[in-house]
Design a binder for this molecule. Structure first.
Ligand code: ZN
Ligand code: ZN
Length: 428
């Protein structure tokens, strides 16, 4: 990786001025997007708007790349290809903030249920910051040389965007990126600051379904039945020993049974129990071991209860998965350098890896082996944070109906730093 490690002072001045100007535009856009959220896989109007913004900025735009995702290319001479990604989807959450631009939108889920929709994961801020960055970079195109590949991605919340865009030819039909960058807002950090991790940032996510079979019958005659509720209960408890007894204490793993369903009446022993688990991990080898242990424990518990060999539990690992997000250490170090020049060292925080997932990691796991870096963008107003801490409270987290970012400061910081990163990576 041969890149310039500093941005000229004069250029920084230009980035700051342009970013402040573009923040006004992006803030308006953000309020519009916040008021009009769309669920994962339904980002139709949002995608149209993103395509419009890119065309306005002078990009070649391709719509419906692997679903609703929008890809833009802006060629500006010989130089590296830098990819900037934003996500577009919102969540089925009823907004409880009293913002003047709060969402009152209702949407239909794919199961036909009506749900309230809210941008409760900050993807509205990601889109507006991304748009502002693109506009800033176009305005400052004399300061850099190279190609911008930008993607507004569908369905991040379902891990249904990055993989689909890659399969639709993101890295083969468009210029292949030398670097890929993205933000996620972080309410635990103050607006005006960013958080960086060189290495693991977000955990990998796998979903597992276990179906436990039994022999149902009358609750008054347990001796004539094999009770799958008892087998499932034993499995749930034994699963707790995987992380504590079979995996190194230095390896971060989560095994959570999030749902368990079986039976309909107090006096009926059911035929089956279904359980759903979420697994979180950083190491592929460790998670393979965990899955093997889940199978072994489930089968053993059923055998112990006397279930025949053709009716042992079925353990299904969902094909939809989110790999861990592993920031390229060298790229992260460079980003830290650029961000320090833009924001000052006090505003760059070293953050710890999280056990939540993000499908951005997929962009770094293709044969192209692209160095990726996901940056935490601080989003809580400093006065609000002070007030909350004095009361012993914390800011509303991501996916909360009360999520309340400092929109302006977050967007402005996001534009400055991301424009600085690109110019740093592509500076002439
Ligand atoms: Zn989310
Ligand atoms: Zn998110």
């Amino acid at each position: 990786m041969s890149i310039q490690i500093s941005i000229f002072a004069q250029t920084i001045e230009k980035i700051n001025q342009e970013a402040i100007l573009q923040t006004k535009y992006s803030l308006k856009l953000c309020k519009h997007l916040h008021k009009n959220p769309e669920l994962s896989f339904q980002e139709f109007e949002t995608a149209k708007r993103m395509a419009f913004e890119l065309k306005e900025a002078g990009f070649e735009v391709t719509e419906n790349v692997g679903g609703n995702s929008v890809v833009g290319v802006f060629k500006n001479g010989d130089g590296p290809v830098v990819m900037l990604r934003t996500d577009m989807d919102a969540l089925p959450i009823e907004e409880k903030t009293n913002l003047e631009f709060a969402s009152t939108k209702i949407a239909e889920t794919k199961d036909g249920d009506e749900v309230a929709v809210m941008h409760a994961c900050g993807h509205d801020i990601h889109m507006s910051t991304w748009t502002g960055t693109v506009r800033t970079l176009v305005a400052l195109k004399n300061e850099w040389k190279g190609t911008l590949l930008v993607i507004a991605q569908q369905a991040e919340e379902f891990s249904g965007g990055a993989g689909e865009a890659i399969n639709a030819g993101l890295f083969t039909k468009f210029p292949t990126p030398d670097f890929a960058l993205a933000y996620h807002i972080n309410p635990e950090l103050l607006a005006g600051k960013i958080g960086l991790v060189g290495g693991p940032v977000f955990a990998g996510v796998k979903t597992v379904e276990i179906t436990v079979y039994g022999k149902g019958g009358h609750g008054a005659y347990p001796e004539k039945c094999i009770d799958p509720i008892v087998i499932a209960s034993r499995i749930v408890l034994d699963l707790q020993t995987i992380v504590s007894r079979e995996i190194s204490p230095l390896e971060p793993i989560v095994v959570t049974v999030g749902s368990i369903h079986g039976g309909t009446r107090p006096n009926i022993i059911p035929d089956e129990v279904k359980m759903e688990l979420t697994l979180r991990y950083y190491s592929d080898a460790a998670i393979e071991k965990v899955i093997a242990a889940i199978e072994r424990i489930s089968v053993s518990a059923a055998e112990m209860a006397g279930m025949p060999h053709d009716e042992l539990p079925k353990v299904l690992v969902s094909p939809v998965e989110t790999p861990p997000v592993l920031n390229n250490p060298e790229l992260s170090e460079n980003i830290k350098g650029f961000a320090t020049e833009i924001l000052g060292a006090d505003n760059i925080l070293e953050t710890s890896p999280a056990m939540v997932g993000e499908d951005f990691g997929k962009y770094g796991r293709t044969p192209e082996n692209i160095p990726i870096c996901l940056i935490w963008l601080g989003s809580t107003n400093s006065e609000l944070m002070k007030e909350l801490l004095e009361k012993g409270k914390k800011p509303a987290p991501l996916h909360s109906p009360n999520l309340n970012p400092d929109y302006e400061k977050t967007i402005e910081t996001g534009i400055k730093v991301m424009a600085g990163n690109v110019i740093g990576l592509m500076g002439k």
